[in-house]
Write a protein of this length. Structure first.
Length: 178
């Protein structure tokens, strides 16, 4: 007789969740079987732990100093990545300024402003200007105001989440490397 065939209707089986937090702050669940008496309590504890651990997970502070900065239209051709200088302004608040240039084509991207570091997100407020000779009719594309940079999964950079270029057709991948 198989183990599940031995279980009667009154001996219900439930799932007990063991919560762990992996390196990317995602909740992982390990499944074990236990009597139904523990079900509500176990589920409550698992959800509470997942929420609490994810909300309070420690993230490393942003490193001040020089960082690589790229837009794929320039970096794709193996050009030297640009640089940005990040300076601390206070707790989780930073200034950023820098550029990447392709002097042969006069293509460039510049960034200047401030950001708040929130986990794996940067809430940037400032100005980003890009000019790529074959996009947007070769005219500069300017973005001013609040935008989000986010590091997803195991990426070692924050990527701008507003990716649409001013031409309304091209996608810009603008990255600030850790």
């Amino acid at each position: 007789m198989k183990p599940f065939e031995q279980v009667g209707l009154l001996q219900a089986i439930t799932v007990r969740l063991t919560v762990a937090l992996n390196k990317s702050n995602d909740c992982l669940f390990r499944i074990n079987t236990y009597p139904i008496i523990d079900m509500k309590f176990t589920l409550f504890i698992a959800l509470w732990l997942c929420y609490t651990l994810a909300a309070t997970a420690q993230t490393l502070p942003v490193r001040v100093g020089s960082h690589s900065f790229t837009i794929q239209w320039i970096a794709f051709n193996k050009a030297k990545p640009g640089t940005v200088m990040i300076k601390s302004l206070g707790k989780d608040e930073y200034s950023i300024e820098g550029e990447q240039r392709d002097k042969l084509k006069n293509d460039y991207i510049t960034i200047k402003g401030t950001f708040l570091a929130r986990g794996r997100e940067l809430k940037f407020n400032g100005k980003i200007v890009s000019r790529i000779s074959y996009i947007n009719g070769g005219q500069p594309c300017e973005s001013t105001g609040l935008v989000i940079f986010k590091a997803s999964g195991k990426r070692k950079y924050w990527r701008l989440q507003s990716m649409l270029n001013c031409d309304g057709e091209s996608t810009d991948y603008i990255d600030i490397f850790f």
